[in-house]
Design a protein around this ligand. Structure first.
Ligand SMILES: [Zn+2]
Length: 340
């Protein structure tokens, strides 16, 4: 595979030649150092083709039918053993991502797992690396194919429940407690119930057991919510709220996700998925807070404040059923990702 060596990267600058009418583009990619994996998001569905070549070891991921989007084409000095990731357009209709390992490292094909999160979202997971172990690959300079699962719209491999996961979804407030009240009388309890119901529906479709602390417009105490979670022996607890600020300040908008102790990774996963999938007005971060439902639940717990009912932009978004649905999908993906 000599043609891989540097020949195609020069084409990046001249990508104007290759924009097809119905082009599928690479929307996002990132090598996550903590998780040791590459994430790929394309505009439409794609079936990545992964292979590996030695000396130095490079993992090649081709995205057929995909042209390069606007994102960056290089990520360098990533970890001790992945030295760089670069993206280029190898043919007018194929984008290639190359993950290059340091000289002293190599990897076996079965240590790379390509996983589908949906037709257009993929993870390329690299094995946890032992810093001093050096593996030998076949000597011939030929790519070694790596199995890529086929995404199917209804039975997504990553969502198959292995241990039978149980999730508690906790829509805030309800009944006599409307929660925050925003512009135009928009009530938090209604916004969060509709999002929570959608999250529940999606998780159930993925074979995950879901318990809602309330499934209608009625009051449930905080203690009642925690008891419900504790009695169910759930794996995670996710509370959904909407924010508010006083003083008619409609300029304050944005997403916040909270954890107290063990829920940090869960909160991060939910927050990250929302930022990736939903056009959020402002990223206000993942924060620690002493909320009752977070402190009193024994399983990993997170609380997401999906937006400000008092914020001009958030209020408009939160009234929109398709925006709420997108939020719900992202929250469900964040939970699913965490459970994996
Ligand atoms: Zn609330």
């Amino acid at each position: 595979m000599k043609q891989l060596q540097g020949l195609f990267w020069g084409l990046v600058a001249s990508q104007a030649v290759c924009i097809a009418v119905d082009a599928n583009t690479l929307e996002y990619w990132d090598f996550d150092v903590q998780q040791n994996r590459l994430e790929i998001v394309t505009e439409n569905g794609v079936r990545p083709q992964a292979s590996m070549i030695p000396n130095p070891t490079r993992l090649i991921i081709d995205l057929p039918g995909v042209s390069l989007g606007q994102g960056s084409v290089h990520q360098g000095d990533i970890t001790g053993y992945v030295t760089q990731v670069r993206v280029g357009q190898v043919t007018p209709y194929t984008t290639r991502i190359v993950v290059e390992l340091g000289r002293q490292y190599s990897m076996r094909p079965w240590e790379v797992k390509v996983r589908s999160l949906g037709p257009n979202r993929w993870y390329v997971q690299l094995a946890e690396f032992q810093p001093h172990s050096v593996y030998s690959l076949p000597v011939e300079d030929e790519p070694v194919a790596i199995m890529v699962p086929l995404p199917s719209p209804n039975s997504n491999p990553v969502y198959s429940p292995r241990g039978g996961y149980k999730v508690v979804i906790d829509p805030g407030h309800g009944g006599r407690d409307p929660g925050a009240i925003g512009i135009g009388g928009l009530q938090e309890k209604n916004v969060v119930l509709s999002i929570a119901a959608e999250v529940t529906k999606i998780l159930k479709q993925r074979g995950i057991q879901v318990i809602m602390t309330r499934s209608g417009d009625y009051f449930v105490s905080l203690l009642g919510r925690v008891k419900r979670a504790e009695n169910s022996n759930a794996n995670v607890f996710v509370s959904i709220h909407a924010n508010a600020v006083g003083g008619n300040n409609s300029q304050v908008n944005g997403l916040e996700t909270y954890y107290y102790s063990s829920g940090y990774r869960l909160a991060l996963s939910i927050h990250r998925n929302i930022l990736q999938q939903v056009q959020v007005e402002e990223n206000r971060g993942v924060k620690q807070a002493r909320f009752y439902v977070l402190r009193k639940t024994s399983m990993p717990a997170a609380l997401v404040e999906v937006g400000f009912v008092t914020g001009r932009t958030d209020n408009r978004n939160l009234k929109n059923p398709s925006y709420r649905k997108k939020l719900a999908e992202a929250i469900a993906d964040g939970i699913t990702e965490y459970l994996r």
